[in-house]
Design a protein around this ligand. Structure first.
Ligand code: SF4
Length: 487
């Protein structure tokens, strides 16, 4: 269950089943799969599909110039390289076995970092660094050192800044982990997905439990003690029975956090995903919901708390503290502790969020490089948020993070009459399809997800999404085929 359910429900998923049963609506795979739709994951609002090529380098310059002096910022650096392609992959990735390619990439990344820092007030504080990809551990140790040293020399790094990196355990050496630790990294996110042989064959990703366990143990010994593990459900040949061994192994690693995403099979947008179809039976909507509930139950029995729609964390973890204190945030990396309002993205395809605009760098590495060489922000597209976007972003982020919304706070913050402004949305939410998902107390000024609604927050958010009235919208069920299913 989502955490911040002050007005509806707080407890474990098993208690939730009892709670929902008491209002004659059990959370079961049928209930969830019947209500699953396709829609955005709301890691941003507007979703990245709304970014526009009319937003360019000069717009980015203006946004960076308006960041107030002393403001905290987070930095994300994208390392697009991996040694082999996982067929389910939806990231911007470039396959190579030549690690020296990372050297010229890092050289360019350092130039971009200096370019970016030069456009910010020098008192801007870097409070968080995340390396993602691709696989940051594709880099040679000396390139990782060069990158991190440049960041420390270029930005005003806060004493308590948190450094974290995504890691592919199939390619991670002790030397790389030791370098990360020496450079001040304390957090690591490890990709697992599934340990079952048939599933691994279907997705072309071969990784043993022992190999993963060793990387996590080595990392902890070296001081990278905050570990997140990524899993994916909805993959071909996956069943609750086959997934069970993976869940046992992951729980045995005792990570602080587990992120479990529903597989987004979108071969029309990501052609290599067609290869996944060879791997056997692809779970249907009902089977996906069964897998999700099965894993959720296992995590909660093992003492993890569900945070948002797809994260699980130990009760004493920073993520749970953030959820309980209203400090949970959602960005392109999923649910995170909110440390800064602004996110700067560096590297090919990286996305930045200045609060008033989002923008994405060129996906193509050569194009990205050309812009950096020309001393121009390598922006391919973006969107400036108008007042309506700002209001809806606030509402959607609150719902995705807290599963509830204080309507009176929206009125105060944006000087609007919520009943009038959201008349259409409130009418939609009062219909049969939604009255099992939300409770609305207009007089008290509250909108809360029910226990069932907590698993389907994306469905609720889609009602508030102005861009969800597009031509690709299925008029029968409100689905958008170009997005992943909500369960
Ligand atoms: S390791 Fe991650 S980023 Fe690289 S191909 Fe596999 S899924 Fe994609």
């Amino acid at each position: 269950m989502g955490l911040a359910l002050a007005h509806t429900y707080r407890g474990t998923i098993l208690e939730a089943v009892a709670y929902v049963t008491s209002i004659n609506l059990p959370i079961n795979a049928e209930t969830l799969s019947d209500r699953a739709r396709r829609g955005p994951r709301y890691t941003s609002y507007p979703p990245a599909t709304e970014f526009d090529s009319g937003f360019g380098a000069s717009d980015g310059d203006r946004e960076l110039a308006s960041v107030p002096g002393g403001a905290p910022v987070s930095l994300y650096c994208h390392i697009p390289y991996c040694r082999s392609l996982c067929w389910y992959c939806g990231c911007n990735v470039k396959i190579s076995r030549d690690r020296s390619k990372g050297s010229s990439y890092v050289a360019m990344l350092c130039r971009e970092l200096r370019l970016l820092a030069g456009k910010l007030d020098s008192s801007t504080q870097l409070v968080e660094l995340a390396l993602g990809g691709g696989s940051p551990n594709f880099l040679l140790e000396e390139d990782l050192t060069r990158l991190t040293t440049t960041i420390r020399e270029t930005f005003n790094v806060a004493d308590d800044a948190e450094f974290g990196a995504e890691m592919d355990p199939r390619e991670t050496s002790v030397e790389f982990l030791a370098t990360l630790s020496q450079l001040g990294f304390t957090r690591m996110s490890v990709g697992v997905q599934d340990f079952d042989e048939a599933v691994q064959k279907a997705i072309h990703r071969f990784q043993s439990i022992e190999q993963t366990d060793k990387v996590i143990s080595d990392a902890r010994r070296l001081g990278l003690d905050h570990v997140n593990v990524d899993l994916v459900y909805g993959l071909p040949a996956q069943t609750p029975r086959s997934f069970s061994r993976t869940l046992d192994a992951v729980i045995g690693f005792e990570p602080q956090q587990i992120a479990m995403f529903g597989y987004a099979h979108l071969p029309q947008r990501i052609p290599h995903q067609k290869l996944v179809e060879r791997g056997g039976h692809m779970p249907n909507a009902l089977e996906r919901a069964e897998l999700m509930l099965f894993a959720t139950d296992r995590f909660e029995r093992a003492g993890y708390v569900q945070v948002g729609i797809d994260h699980f964390a130990r009760p004493d973890s920073p993520l749970v503290h953030a959820a309980l204190s209203g400090n949970l945030h959602r960005n392109f990396q999923g649910y995170v502790v909110r440390r800064a309002e602004r996110l700067l993205g560096c590297g090919a395809s990286a996305i930045s969020d200045s609060g008033g605009a989002y923008w994405q760098n060129h996906i193509n590495i050569e194009q990205w490089e050309r812009s950096v060489r020309a001393k121009q922000l390598p922006i391919a597209r973006g969107v400036r948020l108008d007042q309506d976007d700002q209001i809806r972003r606030y509402v959607i982020t609150k719902l995705m993070c807290d599963a509830e919304l204080e309507l009176t706070e929206v009125e105060k913050r944006f000087a609007i009459d919520v009943r009038e402004y959201f008349a259409y949305e409130l009418d939609q939410l009062s219909r049969d399809e939604f009255n099992e998902l939300v409770e609305i107390e207009l007089d008290d000024g509250w909108l809360c997800a029910t226990a069932l609604g907590c698993q389907l927050l994306r469905n609720i958010c889609m009602v508030f999404d102005r861009y969800n009235r597009h031509s690709d919208l299925n008029p029968n069920d409100g689905s958008r085929p170009s997005f992943s299913p909500t369960v």
